[in-house]
Design a protein around this ligand. Sequence first.
Ligand SMILES: [Zn+2]
Length: 331
Amino acid sequence: MSPRTLPSLLLLGCLAVGDLSATEITWPTSLDRSTIRSPEDYLQPTISGKTESATFGMVREDGQRFHEGVDIKPVGRNAAGEPLDLIFSAMDGQVAYLNPNANGPYGKYVVLYHPRAEIPAYTLYAHLAKLDPGLKVNDPIARGKVIGLMGHTSAGVDAITKDRSHLHFEVGVILSKNFNTWYAAQAENRGSPNLHGLWNGQNLMGMDPMPVLQHTQANLLEVLRSQKTALTVTMRTSQKPYFVELYPMLVQGDAAHAAGWYVEFSWQGMPIRWTALDASSPKLPGNRWRLFEVDQSLRKILVQRKMLAADTKRPGELLTQNVEVLLSGVR
Ligand SMILES: [Zn+2]
């Protein structure tokens, strides 16, 4: 082999082995990411005072309550104690949803959609004092653009006091474009209309934001795939769920001729890998879907998260809801 051909072969080898793609990431508050030395430098805990309560996971109420994002504290406040931090778009994308009213737990919030990232992810910015008035749904938005001002807006059981002002930041995937129909069909939702459409928290499934935020670049697909499979579900449907259409990079096998799916879920309820099942597959469930396997080492957190029922054998309420949303609109 001549030395001249070596570099190009090496390059081809790299492209074949790993996905070199990376999305540029801007830290979403006025904090300079390079000054962070410890988690206490950016995390805003709950009134418990425990740093962990600001991170992603079952970190609230002694592990009984899930926190779907990360809570980032302000670096500056005015004389009245209100935060001065601007909130920035974490990556290039488009404006998906604007909620300028403090009418729910997220308070005033913005959702951005990032169709050109390695997976089409959403990012969510909650508890804002105000939204940038120039934002319009479906407009493109550049990474680092101001989208609002940090605040402490929230309606519901947990009021956020001024001293605990923070940005609640989420990143994740959308479950279904049929969510609105599914929501309207649920008896328990009678009398409580869906105020947020497809951008309702029940249709959004977050992952730990820190592997995305901690560096100036991230491969969102790799971050999503690095999550461990906690349980699997098998489904019977000859129609493609919306999730499969939207996230083909998470799909293996012959999607066009699938009679059903073998779906791997992370512990918090994100579908992270879909394998097409053909009509002769012994994995195909007799009915619409079933819980197939459980990683027994994660049993405790799966019960806490309601992915498993308390008896650890049956699907929990959250798993049932997520699967029903994923299968809504398909037969
Ligand atoms: Zn939060």
